[in-house]
Each structure stands twice: as structure tokens, then as C-alpha cells.
Design a protein around this ligand. Structure first.
Ligand SMILES: [Zn+2]
Length: 697
């Protein structure tokens, strides 16, 4: 029985993510958990009651700093840190090892311990495994850490090995020094970035009777991949019945990845350190509150947050506080960030317990890392802006630039067609580039998928181009009511012999508020001055007077509705970006589309030309070509089904230079893939596009 009596409650399917609980001298701790850093017995710029309100269960304090100031005598007088800072919950103290080796200043190291110069009074201070434990006993933490020798994770092997072996010997001495203290003690696994040293260290340390195990020496110079690999190697070897703590890590994304690999506890200064720089972690990615885009923005910084900052202050006010360097701005942002971290950990725990971890993990990993792009399309203050109420519906709002309306998703801040005039972009990127009009002369009907109806710019551009082109093609004037099955495969024929369908346009959308909102403002959305959009909203279908064009709405989640839709010839893939519509950009979503397209010659057009989206399309089995640029975008992307690629397509397929660029990229993985599954990599590298070309004879 260890001092913490750790209970493993659940491990998520298909992951090492686990939920557990343990009891310290002060409270029960539910894991996974994050420990706010209180370096000098205070979380920077935070009141302890606010930290308590965030749900923090353990506070981390730094032995090194507290040893120098206020000194252990004061803790002895107060009977420990809990009474000194009036903190009723658990405290974990580090050993001082990390600071000795990471802070500037002279120091020496020997078998006995480390010697360094105090930054307070410049006297020499000795820290040995025994004196570190003695200091932590005075501080009275619930969980103490052994003294370790921390080296940069990138040092040469001999140095890493020597530091690891010294850490192992010090671990034994620390255990002996702890004696019968009721305080828990964690061992620390070292070994820099060498997998075999990490594995050896994990075995040696976990053979000792510690109450928990930490992974030290990461987040000190290595890349994210290396860190995650080392973490996975170590967690695999650590006993399941004691908590695991990844020291000093990291961003919200780092925490998610480490939980996925079996880590239970974290600490990091980032929530308060980045708050000082004006950066907030939010449910829609990072936000930089110093950006002028936020100057006038009303509403909370994070619409999905229940912290007191988000409940009480607008983003414009927080921007202003940053602007004038008002200390309370730092405090308010830090409060939110700590709250966000704690809430994220609770959500992780809930999903592990409910065994819905995998979906949660996939939905969060890119979102958490998303960088701030709010305000790329600045809006002008117009008379119309006073009609604020009319400009919002559900999660959308209208923004107007140069007299043309666009739809913004208020949760992510993203604007549809933000860089070009929407109808212009729809014509160039989708209608013209797909040669829609030309194709209407081919076998009928031409089936076009419009993924992401939005304000119907692409659909109306297609209809405007198709109507005059097909008016002479259809045999009569019988207005058919459309087929009974919603464009279901093989059910697309019209009702009468006279009304041959030339174009079947299928629009996919799960939230019609964007179209409803745009229809309220015909002055800004001129393309909607047509009978079709209102009829589509009312009946789910519109058929042109000639009967040649049918437009259908498939409402719901695209990944479900596409299964019942008529297979396409063309796909206009124009949803919001992955930050807003993450599920549509995943490898799984592209694979489903490719399956639907496998037996047909299909071309897909999308505005994205990100390396990772292109890699996902390749991994899913599409051939990928460069599309034309639009506005400031140098390129867009065209994906071809294998049958389309086998024909005379005239597209400019990406060559091997793309592979080289992709391999240099730090965003190689398609969105939403399991990091344990690397099959996509082989699918990209081995893609026929890069191996069968140029073989004309
Ligand atoms: Zn908040």
C-alpha cells in the first residue's frame, strides 16, 4: 500500500488515457489533473480563492525558490506552506533539481549533491538528495519529488547516461531520507531523448517503492514528436497502480497528447505566463488579445467558458487592458487560462470514464492548437450595423465589406469567403474551374455536390451558369416536382419524359441559419434575389421552370447524408475550415468520400491548399492537383478520383517535390488521425501519383 492509495478507475478504449483517483494528506485528487504552478507560494497574478474556484486540486511550489526565500525556518514557524499561504488543498513540491540546472549562474555537481550560488544573497547553497527532502518536509508538501540531475534532452548520450545513473543513486538516498514522513514521494525517470535510456530508467525507478512516478527532463529542447515518443515509451513501462506525472508540460494540446499516452498529472507555467503576454487558451483555439481585430469585439473571449472573466468582461475590454498594460488584464486572462486548463482536464476525465475518449481526442487535437486568425476580414462600421439584432442568427452573423455580405461563424470568428467577393470566388473556383457548363452537354444528369451550403454562393453561381446553358437542352416546359427520393442513387430521373434533368445540385448543410440570415439581407446578398433559395428552404427542393435544373437540400451531418445521396460527378467542397467544421476535414471523412467516388470519374474542388489537407486527400486515395489561385491565395486544390485521374483531365498533378515539401512540414499528419496509426504515411509516400507518372511508352 502506497501513501496515496491510487485507484485506477478506467482506461479508454484504443488509448492509454486513464482516469483514477488518489488521496493526499489534504484532499482527494481526481486524475488526469493539472497543477497550477505557484513558484513563490502563489500562482502568478492570481488570488488563491480564484485558483480554488478553478477546481485546482494540487498546487505546485518550487523548493529551490522557497528555500532561498522565505527560507525553511519560516515554514517551520508556520507549520508548513498550507497555513502560510492559506491553501487548503494539496501541494506538490519539486526538488529544486530543474532550477539548479536550468537557471543561469555558477554551480557544481558531485556525487554528494549540487552547489550553486543564491540569487538572493550570492552565498553558496548546497542541495543534496537529503537536504532537498528536508526542505520539502519543512514546506510540508503532500507530494515531494526526489532530487534529480536534469540535462537538456538533446545532450550527447554519455552525458545523458551519467546524469541518469546519478539520478538513480540519488533516488535511493531520497527514499531513505523521507523516512517515516507521511508525505508521498515520487521518483523521476530521466534519460534525455534516448529511448533505451528512458526505458532503462523507467525500469530502475519503478522498482523502487515510490508513491508515484514522474517523467523529467522533457520540454527542455526536444521536438514534440520526440517528447511524445519518450512519454509513450516510459508510460508503457511504469506500473499501472501508481500515478504518473509529466513535469513541466505544456500547452493544452501537449496535455491532450500526454493523457492519450497514459499520463495522469501535469504542471506548467504557460496559463499564467502566456496570460501576461495577452494570450488566452479558448474552446476555439488560442486567442491573442493584443490583436487590433479585437478592439471593438463584444461578447466574451471564450463563448464556451463559465469563468468569471468570460462571464463579466467583453473581449474588447480585455484587449483594452492589454493595450494599456493594466495588471488586472494579466490577472483576468490568467484566471481564464487556469480555469480553461482545469476544465479541459475534467472533460478529459469525463470522456475517459464514459469511454468516449477517442472521439473527444480527435475533435480536440487540432482545435486546441488552432492559432488566432480572427479578424482577417475586417468589417466597417456602417449604418446597418446599428441593426445589430437583425444581423445575427444562431451561431452566425452578417459582416459587410464593400457592400457585399458574408457570413461569420461567431464561435470561431471565421468568415466564409473572407478573402474574395463571394460570388466571384464561387464562379472562378468552382463553376469555371470545374467546367460545369461544358459538362452539362455530357451524359445527364450531371450530379454536383455542394458541401457547405452556407449563404448559397456556390449553389447560386452554379444555377446562374447552368440555367441559360441548359434552357435549350431540355425537351419541354413541364415543371416536374422532383424525384421522391432525395436524390437517392438511381432515383434522379424526372417525372415527365419532357423534363430531362441536366443538372442535379445537392447542397449539404447541417445548420440553415446562415442561409436564413442571408435571405434577410437581400441588399448584401444579391445572388439570393431568385426564387430558388426560398423554395429550397421551404420545400427542400427547387426545380427550374424548364425542368432541367433540380436543386436539393440534404440537411444534416454531411458524413451521414452523403451515404444516401446520388453519387457525384463534381464536388464543391466549401465548408468552414477545420477550426469550425473539424470533422469534415479529417482523413476518415475524405476516405468516406473517396469510397463514394471510387467507381466514378469525380473531381473535387476546394479552397484549401494546406499541405496537411492535401496529404489527407492523397492518403484517402484521391489524386491531387493544383487548383487556380483566387484573391491572395496562390493556389487551391483539385482532387480526382482514380477514374478521373486515369482519363484526360488536363489537371496539374502534384509531383514528387510535394512529397519533399510535405516531409519537411511540421504538419504532416492528416487531421484526426490516431498518432499510434501511421498507415496514412505509407499511403501518401506510396501513392500511384508519385510513382506511375512519366511512363508514356
Ligand atoms: Zn473564461
Amino acid at each position: 500500500m502506497t501513501r496515496l492509495n491510487f485507484q485506477l478507475e478506467a482506461t479508454a478504449s484504443g488509448s492509454r488515457a486513464r482516469a483514477g483517483r488518489f488521496r493526499t494528506l489534504h484532499n482527494e485528487v481526481l486524475t488526469p489533473t493539472f497543477m497550477p504552478v505557484g513558484t513563490h507560494a502563489a500562482v502568478r497574478a492570481q488570488r488563491r480563492e480564484d485558483v480554488l474556484a478553478s477546481g485546482a486540486q494540487v498546487l505546485l511550489a518550487n523548493t529551490y525558490h522557497l528555500l532561498l526565500r522565505p527560507g525553511t525556518a519560516l515554514f517551520d514557524q508556520f507549520g508548513g506552506i498550507h497555513r502560510f499561504m492559506n491553501w487548503p488543498r494539496s501541494v506538490l513540491t519539486d526538488s529544486g533539481g530543474y532550477q539548479i540546472f536550468s537557471l543561469p549562474g555558477s554551480r557544481s555537481i558531485s556525487e554528494a549533491g549540487a552547489e550553486f550560488k543564491s540569487y538572493v544573497d550570492h552565498t553558496m547553497v548546497r542541495l543534496s538528495p537529503e537536504s532537498s527532502i528536508a526542505a520539502q518536509r519543512s514546506i510540508g508538501s503532500d507530494i515531494m519529488m526526489v532530487l534529480d540531475q536534469c540535462v537538456p534532452s538533446t545532450v550527447e548520450r554519455a552525458v545523458a547516461q551519467a546524469a541518469m545513473e546519478l539520478t538513480h543513486r540519488w533516488a535511493q538516498r531520497s527514499l531513505a531520507a523521507r523516512g517515516d514522513s507521511p508525505q508521498a514521494l515520487f521518483g523521476i525517470v530521466q534519460g534525455a531523448s534516448y529511448p533505451d535510456l528512458r526505458a532503462l530508467s523507467a525500469r530502475v525507478i519503478s522498482d523502487l517503492p515510490f508513491d508515484g512516478f514522474a517523467i523529467g527532463g522533457l520540454a527542455v529542447g526536444e521536438g514534440r514528436d520526440e517528447r511524445e515518443d519518450c512519454t509513450a515509451i516510459v508510460t508503457e513501462l511504469l506500473p499501472a497502480d501508481r500515478p504518473r506525472y509529466l513535469m513541466g508540460v505544456g500547452t493544452t494540446r501537449d496535455l491532450l497528447e500526454a493523457v492519450h499516452r497514459g499520463v495522469d498529472m501535469f504542471d506548467c507555467i504557460l496559463p499564467t505566463a502566456l496570460a501576461k503576454q495577452g494570450v488566452a487558451f479558448t474552446s476555439i483555439g488560442r486567442r491573442d488579445l493584443r490583436r487590433a481585430a479585437y478592439r471593438r469585439m463584444e461578447g466574451p473571449m471564450d463563448p464556451d467558458c463559465d469563468c468569471s472573466t468570460c462571464a463579466q468582461y467583453s473581449i474588447a475590454y480585455l484587449f483594452h487592458l492589454q493595450r494599456v498594460s493594466e495588471p488586472v488584464g494579466w490577472q483576468l486572462l490568467g484566471l481564464h487560462n487556469v480555469h480553461f486548463y482545469m476544465r479541459l482536464m475534467r472533460r478529459m476525465r469525463e470522456h475517459i470514464l464514459a469511454d468516449t475518449w477517442q472521439d473527444f481526442y480527435r475533435s480536440q487535437r487540432d482545435l486546441l492548437d488552432a492559432r488566432d486568425s480572427y479578424g482577417r476580414a475586417p468589417t466597417h462600421v456602417t449604418k446597418a450595423q446599428r441593426l445589430e439584432g437583425k444581423r445575427k442568427l444562431g451561431r452566425y452573423e452578417v459582416v459587410v465589406r464593400d457592400g457585399v455580405g458574408r457570413i461569420r461563424d461567431t464561435r470561431s470568428g471565421e468568415v466564409m469567403h473572407s478573402v474574395s467577393e463571394p460570388m466571384e470566388e464561387a464562379r472562378l473556383l468552382y463553376v469555371e474551374q470545374s467546367r460545369l457548363v461544358e459538362r452539362l452537354k455530357g451524359p445527364a444528369p450531371l450530379v454536383v455536390w455542394d458541401v457547405g451550403l452556407g449563404a448559397a454562393a456556390n449553389a447560386m453561381a452554379a444555377i446562374q451558369a447552368a440555367e441559360p446553358a441548359v434552357s435549350g437542352m431540355a425537351g419541354g416546359s413541364d415543371v416536374a416536382g422532383g424525384s421522391d427520393v432525395a436524390g437517392g442513387r438511381g432515383e434522379v430521373a424526372g417525372a415527365g419524359e419532357a423534363a430531362e434533368r441536366r443538372l442535379l445540385l445537392l447542397s449539404f448543410e447541417n445548420d440553415l441559419d446562415s442561409l436564413v440570415l442571408a435571405l434577410r439581407h437581400p441588399a448584401w446578398f444579391k445572388h439570393l434575389r431568385h426564387a430558388a433559395p426560398r423554395r429550397l428552404l421551404a420545400d427542400g427542393v427547387w426545380v427550374s421552370a424548364s425542368g432541367a435544373v433540380e436543386w436539393r437540400l440534404l440537411r444534416g451531418d454531411f458524413r451521414e447524408t452523403q451515404a444516401i445521396a446520388a453519387a457525384p460527378d463534381l464536388i464543391f467542397f466549401d465548408p468552414f475550415s477545420y477550426r469550425t467544421d473539424g470533422a469534415l476535414w479529417t482523413l476518415a471523412a475524405f476516405r468516406e468520400m473517396q469510397k463514394t467516388c471510387a467507381a466514378r470519374a469525380v473531381e473535387l474542388f476546394t479552397y484549401s491548399y494546406s499541405t496537411s489537407v492535401r496529404a489527407a486527400l492523397l492518403a484517402a486515395g484521391f489524386f491531387v492537383a493544383r487548383g487556380r489561385g483566387t484573391g491572395p491565395k496562390a493556389e487551391t486544390t483539385i482532387a480526382l478520383s482514380p477514374l478521373a485521374a486515369a482519363g484526360a483531365h488536363g489537371r496539374e498533378l502534384l509531383g514528387r517535390e510535394f512529397l519533399a515539401k510535405w516531409q519537411r512540414s511540421d504538419a504532416q499528419a492528416p487531421l484526426g488521425v490516431d498518432p499510434m496509426d501511421e498507415s496514412w504515411r505509407a499511403a501518401v509516400l506510396g501513392h500511384a501519383q508519385f510513382h506511375d507518372v512519366g511512363d508514356g511508352c
